[in-house]
Design a protein around this ligand. Sequence first.
Ligand code: PLP
Length: 384
Amino acid sequence: MISKQMHIETKLIHAGEPEPLIGGAVTLPIFQSSTFQYNNEDHYDKLKYIRMNNTPNHVALHRKLASLENADAALVTSSGMAAITTALLALLSPGDHFLAQDCLYGGTLDFINSDFKPLGISVDYIDGNKPDTWSKQLRAETRVIYVETITNPLMAVADLKAAAAFARNHGLISMIDNTFASPVNFRPAEWGFDLSLHSCTKYLNGHSDIVAGAVIGREDLIHKIAHKLIHLGGSLDPHACFLLHRGMKTLAVRMKYQNESALAIAEFLAHHPVVEKVNYPGLETCTGHVHARKLLDGFGGMLSFEIKGDAADADRFIERTRLPICAPSLGGVESLITRPATTSHSGMSPADRKAIGISDRLIRLSVGLETTQDLIDDFDMALT
Ligand code: PLP
């Protein structure tokens, strides 16, 4: 039996596992069955069917994810975007207003900016580091405040404690995209957040072989979101559930290694004469370092930086590196490198990117599990 006090490494292995083990299987098998025998269920939502997110593979993941963040409940979804869009659509209605941090993941920003207006839902963007300015943007119809633990791609950490407190004081639902930190480095429920969202495609799965998402938090809200998910149909396939379940078991060892490796690489880059700026919450020079030290158990495996020159120089540097693969996404065992202007934030206009500080020469690195020194040697060669 797993208790709340146990450490995350133990919970990753044992929390949520079926008791007793099904047929004695040490690894939860894949229940590749779309439907299950009727067992006098008294409500439509309780019928066992993959779209209802209640097969044994879903249930085990829900329990494990909730336990990792010391939250009440969790729900897995077919992608990180399915988690974000389904949660927001479940909690906001026509006429509602919400506050969102001004530097969010490009897909989330694009969804908010293009899909909410026709639904009659409005948004105002807030500076995560200026809590004093937030109440000016409050309205009677404000329902939600939405932030990210570590922003993409500038790796800023906002005053998250203030965001949760602001929500509590004004009767709002607080939502946080915790993808970049993972439950190893930050557990939003412990800081008073109502809901945490994940692209499990990234650190939680960790092997760049599935797309998946999760919402973790207050039971009443998860129940509402689960109902919306049944309508929208963004449930996770049992085979992907199995892969996510398997990947999650090594999250703590991966994340701790990535925390250490990324910090060493950030420090190397910060001292290199050709590098102009490094964004990593573990560096004292970085925006949000003070918050990051207070809130996070580790600074994560993501960093971004600008080398001297222009976008063509940045591309040349990326081409010259031998170890990281030039690809979008993050959080896998292999290091990935991209220029956000051409990948994660290419949906934004150059002017909008510039306004939030994303230059065309910004390079983003997801540090994998390669030997740190090999990565540093590779970057040193590519910079020279
Ligand atoms: N949230 C963040 C912070 C992300 O970086 C991403 C994808 O890159 C998403 C959400 C969306 O996740 P998915 O691609 O699994 O839908």
